[in-house]
Structures are given as structure tokens and as C-alpha cells.
Design a protein around this ligand. Sequence first.
Ligand code: KDG
Ligand code: MG
Length: 403
Amino acid sequence: MKICSAKVIVTCPGRNLVTIKIETDEGVYGIGDATLNGREKSVVAYLEDHVIPTLIGKDPHRIEDIWQYLYRGAYWRRGPVGMTSIAAVDVALWDIKAKVAGMPLYQLLGGKSRDKVMVYGHATGLDIDSCLEEVQKHVDRGYKAVRVQCGIPGIPTTYGVSKTPGQPYEPADSSLPAEHVWSTEKYLNHVPSLFAAVRKEFGEDLHILHDVHHRLTPIQAGRLGKDVEPYHLFWLEDCTPVENQSSYEWIRQHTTTPLAIGEVFNSLSDCQELIQRQLIDYLRATISHAGGITNVRRIADFAANFHVKTGFHGATDLSPITMGAALHFDSWVPNFGIQEHMPHTEETDLVFPHAYQFNDGFFTPGEVPGHGVDIDEVLAAKYPYQPAYLPVNRLEDGTIWNW
Ligand code: KDG
Ligand code: MG
């Protein structure tokens, strides 16, 4: 079997999504997600100019060899653009291999370790009361775990809070980055009362998660973790940026609140110290940005030795292909923790028909051969690329801060 062609498809059925489609001389094809939010065209160029020409004529079954060829062969290692490109190819090749085997992808990874995959949804509100209403809607739909984010008095916008109540949070809506204003002090003074209210209203059984989105220093994160201990969070996500992995030692020393980090990670070296020194509890690295199934499997296996579980990123800037591949992976991976779920737009679901299904707070990946997600190219072409950027953040005095 040989790869005879490969192409990149860009579509915007609500937001920009990039897909690679790899075709073989035997008619079987595979697809992979190559979306990097706000930098979509860089990955398109990387794939079209530097990757696709090298794939033609290769045996698609040699997934590991192709992975090594693209990783080592580029000389320039790691980084989001390169690793997203490698991931897209890798997922498409696993799709082909599983289709040829006539098996759902999880079977090739080692079979199911669980019957269903617990996901968390997003509840967001301009204030605590409207966030509680959204939590109730999630509980009614069966979710066992909900991420809660609410507006902070005195700051016009904050991470995770949608402009329209009841709608998913979607910040990438501008042809140039919007500028947001941030106050760590106001956030730290207000946010613990959100968790207190959720516990009071919904009791102890609901899993509560929260995303700080990289905005604190280690000592501030220690304070927050300590303040929210009485509310038993499932996790506190991305409290600080983590270029300096040992900074998490400070946070760990101050709190028993479980810590999740890593949706921006691309490789094991981004998180090796965090894992090895048991400084975190959940790893957010995801298939589409961390080098595909081949690489994330290596990271997850390493993490298992240090009691670190997976909690893959699953926002809507990851296409249904990543969701499908992740659900196969989650069904297999022994050290599974939880999977993020943010519903895609109806249009996106139609462009990417899929076998995965939601039922009462859990997903199953489906039983069709491959990763179970396809692309309707005719429909995809009806939604052309729209320039869109994530916002940038400034402190109240104008200093650039982490968004
Ligand atoms: O593109 C960036 C988003 O995927 C990110 O802001 C979402 O933090 C996020 C999350 O936890 O889903
Ligand atoms: Mg996050």
C-alpha cells in the first residue's frame, strides 16, 4: 500500500478548522486535524510546502517511521506548528491502519480499558447566579463534571465567560486580536465564592473544574488553591504559564487542590519535570497539538509511572476529528482521568459526520473502523476561511499579560 496523494482542507463552519486527507493507492483514506487556533495558515503552509511532498509513495502502515522522519528529519524540533502538522499526519495514518484492519481505533491501541469516557462540559455566566443556571442545565443533560467560569466584578471581560448567556465561550471573533483587561486582585478576591455557591447548590457529588488560563504567579496560585480547598475541585487548570516547570513546586507546597496543565504542550520535554516530580495531577496535552497518537501515547505511558492522569483538551478549536481520536485513546489509556467536551456548532457536526455519541455525561467512540470521523468536502467548501484571532490581555495599567 502506498500514499498516492494528500491535501489540506480549510473550512469555517463556525470557526476555522484545518484537515489533512491522505489517500492511498488502494482507495482507503484517512483524515487528521491540523487546526492551530489563530495560526491556521502557518500549519497549512507547513503541511503543503514541507510535509505532503515527502509523504507521496510512502507505506502508510509505517506510522512510527513516518513520525520519526517528520520529527527528526526536520532538524527543527517541537513547536506548535510542526507538532500540529505531525499530529495531523499521524492521526490520518492511524485512521487508515484501523480502516484496513476493519477495527475501531481503540482496538489497535490495546482494546478498551473502560466502557465509557467521562467528559466535563462548560458552564459560564456573567455572574455567579447565571453560572449556576448553566450548571443546572448541564446536570439536567447528565454531565457528572462541569467547568465553571463567571464574570469578575470590575473587569469588563474575562476568560471563559461568553457574551451571550447560554452560548459557548468563543473569543476568536476578530480579524485582529481584541484587547482584554485583567486584574488578578479582583479575580482572586471574587472567584472562590463561585465554587462555594456551586457546592451549596449542587452538593458534593458534582465534579467542579476551573480554568485560570495562565494568569497567576506561583504564589498567587498557591493562595487560590488553598482558598478553594473546602470546595474540593476536581482540578484547577493552568494556574500559571509553565516555561519554568519547577515553579509548580511552589504551588504544590501550598495546596492539595489537584492541578491540571498542558493544553499548550507539544512534547514530553514540555512536561517531563512536572510529571517526574509529581507536581501535577492531570495532563492536558492533546493529540492534535502534541504530535498525534504516537507521541501522546509515549507521554501518557510515562505519566502513568508518576500517578498523573490524562485530561485532554477538547475545546471547539479542536475539530471533531480530534474529539473522535481522543475518545478512542481515552477508551484505551490506563491512566485516564477525564475528557473536555465543548459541543461544536451544528454546521461543524454536519461537515464532520462522526460515530461518537454522548449519553448521560459519558461518550463512547463508536464501533466503525478507523477513528470514526469523516469529512463532507462539498459542505466544507461552503464555509471559507475567516481570519480570526484569540484576544490579548493587558493589566489595568496597560501592561501586556497572559491571556
Ligand atoms: O485556542 C485556545 C483554546 O482552546 C483555549 O483557550 C481553551 O483553555 C481552553 C480550554 O481549557 O478549553
Ligand atoms: Mg484551558
